[in-house]
Write a protein that binds this ligand. Structure first.
Ligand SMILES: [Zn+2]
Length: 237
């Protein structure tokens, strides 16, 4: 009980970072495409989510009909609207910077200056070349520069950037750069290990291969720190 009182009378100093504005600014007024930024149209958010859903549904219906499916069937009738909602509200909601999770930083009161590793963060995303899923584990690490972040925020950041049509290289870099911005440190490492359905369920139909991408910033570019991170995540586990 006493401990609780102590905690409540000395609240942790919080600092809110509005990353959505920050990333939008980085994107520039023209939302110009680059290797790191998701290529976006300048008018990407001129219409509402509801308007997008209403506009996508008839297009998906047309695709089904062109494929020869009878959309009047009970089982198919609701599919176009269901897919449109799923695209806008779930699978691709991370295209909109307004959906960026809020990031709360705390002072590193414990003076924990070692590496923090959050491993085996599940992620599901979709390949922007085929619009089929790729999914796997993300391993995220940083060394505090004086600020720390709630652990669940690391999961949320991975999830946010996953909810876009993606390529794994860009996804890895977007998570890494966002984390560097939030934590105000270069010392960030990301590894993503994924299976791509566009490789396993079609094309070469290789279901045993994984794709690994990495992002090493600051101290993680040094061999010793990088190896420590790789040892902790030991992806053969
Ligand atoms: Zn693909």
């Amino acid at each position: 009980m006493k401990q609780k009182e102590t905690l409540s009378t000395t609240p942790l100093k919080e600092e809110h970072i509005d990353l959505s504005n920050l990333l939008l600014e980085e994107m520039g007024d023209e939302h110009k495409a680059s290797s790191v930024e998701t290529p976006m149209r300048a008018d990407a958010f001129d219409i509402s989510d509801e308007e997008k859903i209403a506009a996508i549904a008839p297009h998906f219906k047309a695709i089904m009909e062109i494929l020869g499916m009878d959309i009047r069937d009970d089982s198919l009738r609701g599919t176009p609207l269901r897919v449109a909602k799923m695209y806008v509200k779930e699978l691709f909601q991370g295209l909109n910077p307004a959906n960026m999770p809020s990031m709360t930083l705390f002072e590193n009161k414990f003076q924990y200056n070692e590496m923090l590793v959050e491993k085996n963060i599940n992620f599901y995303t979709n390949c922007e070349h085929h619009f089929v899923p790729f999914f796997g584990k993300a391993h995220v690490a940083y060394i505090s520069s004086g600020k720390v972040i709630g652990l669940s925020k690391l999961n949320r950041l991975v999830e946010y950037f996953s909810k876009r049509p993606q390529v794994q290289e860009r996804l890895t870099m977007q998570v890494g750069k966002a984390l560097q911005t939030v934590l105000q440190t270069q010392d960030v490492a990301i590894m993503m290990d994924a299976k791509h359905l566009c490789v396993s369920s079609r094309g070469v139909k290789d279901d045993s291969s994984n794709t690994i991408t990495t992002y090493f910033g600051g101290k993680f570019q040094e061999e010793k720190t990088k190896n420590e991170f790789l040892k902790y995540i030991d992806i053969n586990d």
